[in-house]
Design a protein. Structure first.
Length: 715
């Protein structure tokens, strides 16, 4: 450690420690790239904090990864484990979005960084496609040891009040080099390269020319001063083609040599051979007679220079298209668009607007202050503004400077401090749904190809936004329906303490068929029911309401008879869905309960002394299968101070978890949570399910506890 004057590790010291761990791990495993992600303060997003071995440009789409998203690092963090992808085919199968955005062969591992139960983030490592199909035992041990060390560093920094946070740009450690040249060696290396008959140049990890020979500059037809520090496909018009940049990314990601052939106008063919490693890429440029001399793809139609390289724009456009397929609601679309569009096109601010009731509403923004957005919100569609104009005409507008904007809209006043703008209509199926504004802090030209890319991007966003608004409307309708079907409050029953919880599934329409109920029958009698209708849609919720009504109508009969009558009703309705249900009759004066089940998970009883018991009820068929089904009853003692827990399978089911073990775990949790109020106990039992980002089923919980009566004292 390198403590500060206060004795705590300084931020710079912590960064150096993280770098050392990652450098050592790369040396031990041979991984050519590593990325350290940290959980955001709200613990919903993984943010890229440290990146080595690849350009930050290629990592930009994954600078922020939602913890709930499907990606190797988010899956590893959620599961507190390690994810290994050993082939491009496996990547395409498990993470099609990632494979679509990075169509180059490589292998990847992702692991969670934890200390005890505390999760700090995740670690991602890349190898070339030549890696063995599986991690070796030594590599697994090295990854586990590195994650342990990283966790300790992050915990110590947090405990000292210097918690490590991801910055707006990831930290890039110094590149690993085999050795450092002396001044004499450096000049000798230049002399060596200059003597070679072909041209040579070196690209740094960001693809910029760090060195080139005189022959290389002559072959490229440009001044050496103009090339140094520039990316070849941006500095040389005839190299600005998807093939050139695509071959570069293929070499960088696969860590394998590759080549391509380009025609330098008017008729000079050049063959480029790329040799990558962690410090950059070496390039040989060899004159050739024609493209047929080298088998890789060749260029026949050189293109003019564009702002971002075309391969880069295509790369970001493809990634945006893939990520928008997973967007659900409007907020989700806004977040994904903001994460992708700003870095893809170099913009500093973005505003997304939707047409609502004759006005243009701002539904999301990034890079703009909220108070400024309030000024522009709800502009009438009759107003003369660029955002309204592109929506009503469907024609995008591009303004290289504020002077250009002022000429087109004389009343315009510069309020956002920006210098160039792109106003894009959001149109889907011929219908305008909104506008997208991209703002740049400096004047800039918008070449034709960039305008085309931006317009195409707006089309993708419009489709996603239209779907998202429809989803939100259905989501609101579904919630209103479900709110009307589930009990808003439970009745007060003298001598009985109760608590209930309901958690919707974390995917889909957040609506399902789980239900619970408490029915007051008399001064000392009551009934409780809990059930789960098959499915997670409006039909399931509707059937749930019918089941609740049937149970209410027959409440007071024996539990077996209540289930039998409800079953006959469902089979008559023939909804095509089945329902599990557990019904309990409570006699508080006798401290007894009678139970019957229709294929529902067994209830758990916590006795007054604190030990728990999973009640072995005689099972009956699910409701809605056989109209003649019989439902046996079971009598139990329910003394004061005991707790009867009724729940649906969403509380205990999880992929890869044995259901009986999960129920036992729930019983243990109930036993440990003594001396809590009923509400606190309910929160404790659902906390595990609530923290899961991938619940595929609804969860309902109903707790029932006969109240202890305090001894009466008098004079």
């Amino acid at each position: 450690m390198c403590p500060s004057a206060t004795g705590a590790p300084s931020p710079g010291c912590t960064s150096e420690e993280l770098d050392r761990v990652l450098t050592r791990l790369s040396q031990e495993t041979g991984a050519y790239a590593s990325a350290l992600y940290l959980l955001s303060p709200d613990r919903r997003v993984l943010q890229l904090a440290v990146l080595s071995g690849v350009s930050r440009r290629i990592a930009t789409p994954w600078a922020r990864v939602a913890l709930a998203a499907a990606s190797p690092v988010s899956d590893a963090v959620r599961e507190h484990g390690l994810v290994w992808i050993g082939s491009q085919e496996e990547l395409a199968r498990r993470y099609p979005q990632l494979a679509l955005a990075l169509p180059h062969p490589f292998t990847v591992a992702a692991a969670a960084i934890t200390t005890g139960r505390r999760v700090w983030g995740g670690l991602v490592l890349h190898w070339s496609s030549g890696h063995m199909p599986a991690l070796s035992a030594a590599e697994r041990e090295a990854v586990a040891d590195a994650c342990h060390r990283l966790g300790l560093i992050l915990r110590q920094a947090a405990d000292s009040g210097h918690a490590v946070r991801a910055g707006p740009e990831p930290h890039i450690p110094p590149a690993l080099r085999r050795r450092t040249a002396t001044p004499a060696e450096a000049q000798a290396a230049v002399d060596f390269a200059e003597r070679l008959p072909s041209g040579c140049c070196a690209l740094d990890v960001d693809g910029r020319i760090a060195f080139l020979t005189t022959t290389a500059a002559d072959l490229l037809g440009a001044d050496m001063a103009d090339l140094l520090g520039a990316r070849p496909w941006q500095a040389i018009p005839w190299l600005d083609d998807p093939v050139a940049e695509d071959r570069y990314w293929a070499a960088v990601l696969s860590r394998r040599p590759t080549s391509f052939t380009v025609r330098r106008p008017p008729d000079q063919w050049l063959s480029f051979h790329l040799y990558p490693d962690a410090s950059g890429t070496s390039v040989r440029i060899v004159p050739t007679t024609s493209a047929d001399d080298v088998p890789p793809p060749h260029l026949v139609h050189p293109a003019p220079a564009a702002g971002p390289g075309r391969a880069t724009a295509l790369y970001h456009l493809t990634h945006l298209a893939a990520t928008l397929t997973e967007a659900i609601g409007v907020h989700d679309v806004v977040e994904r668009v903001s994460d992708q569009i700003l870095p893809a096109f170099g913009a500093q601010a973005l505003a997304l607007m939707a047409a609502e009731e004759g006005r243009l509403r701002i539904i999301g923004h990034r890079g703009y202050p909220t108070e400024l957005m309030h000024r522009f919100d709800a502009a009438p569609l009759t107003s003369d503004t660029p955002a309204v104009h592109v929506l009503t005409t469907g024609i995008p507008s591009f303004f290289d400077t504020f002077a250009d904007l002022k000429r087109a809209y004389p009343p315009a006043v510069l309020q956002d401090g920006m210098a160039a703008w792109a106003f894009l209509p959001l149109i889907t199926s011929g219908r305008p749904v909104g506008s997208l504004v991209l703002a740049y802090s400096r004047p800039r030209a918008f070449p034709p190809e960039e305008r085309s890319f931006l317009t195409s991007t707006a089309g993708l966003i419009a489709q996603a936004l239209d779907r998202a608004r429809l989803y939100d409307a259905k989501h609101e309708l579904a919630h209103r329906l479900q709110a009307g079907l589930l009990p808003t409050t439970l009745p007060t029953v003298s001598g009985l303490d109760v608590a209930a919880r309901y958690l919707p599934a974390s995917h889909g329409m957040d609506i399902g068929g789980d239900f619970y109920d408490l029915i007051r029958l008399g001064e000392t009698t009551a009934a409780a029911a809990i059930g789960d209708v098959q499915g997670h849609n409006v039909e399931a919720a509707t059937l749930m309401g019918q089941v609740r009504t049937a149970v209410h109508a027959t409440a007071g009969a024996s539990p077996g008879e209540v289930l039998a009558r409800t079953n006959r009703l469902l089979t008559d309705l023939n909804p095509g869905l089945f329902t599990s249900c557990l019904y309990v009759s409570l006699d508080l004066s006798r401290h007894q309960a009678c139970l019957a089940t229709a294929g529902h998970p067994p209830p758990i009883l916590r006795h007054p002394d604190g030990h728990t018991e999973i009640l072995p009820l005689s099972p009956g068929l699910l409701l809605g299968i056989d109209p003649a089904a019989d439902y046996p009853t079971t009598h139990i003692a329910l003394p004061a101070g005991s707790v009867l827990a009724l729940y649906t399978d969403g509380l205990v089911e999880a992929p890869g978890i044995d259901i009986e073990e999960a129920i036992t775990t729930l019983a243990d949790r109930l036993a440990r949570a003594r001396h809590q109020t009923m509400d606190a106990l309910a929160d404790t039992l659902v906390s595990h399910a609530q923290s899961s980002a991938s619940r595929s089923d609804d969860t309902a919980l109903l707790l029932i506890s006969p109240r202890r009566t305090e001894p009466h004292t008098g004079t």
